[in-house]
Design a protein around this ligand. Structure first.
Ligand code: FES
Length: 80
């Protein structure tokens, strides 16, 4: 039942590094906010945190490979 967020930790506004604050990612540069899933919820960020290619095998997450989980999320993000 564990949950993970896979995202590139650079704000999609101009690239500052958001910090986890209680229940959201908060960007100190211009006040942008992202929810735990990486969706922008406040401020100037124009899109969610970027999703790097990844694959899941058991309890291991490997970055740089496009697994079925990545493809499903990327497809959903493309149509949102
Ligand atoms: Fe994050 Fe501007 S760089 S809000």
């Amino acid at each position: 039942s564990d949950r993970f967020t896979v995202a590139i930790g650079l704000c999609t506004h101009v690239g500052c590094i958001p910090a986890w604050k209680k229940d959201k990612w908060k960007c100190a540069c211009h006040g942008g906010e992202f929810n735990p899933s990486g969706q922008q919820t406040f401020g100037p960020p124009p899109r969610p945190l970027d999703l790097p290619p990844f694959t899941v095998q058991g309890t291991a997450i490997t970055l740089g490979e496009e697994g079925p989980e990545y493809k499903k999320i990327a497809a959903a993000m493309a149509t949102a």
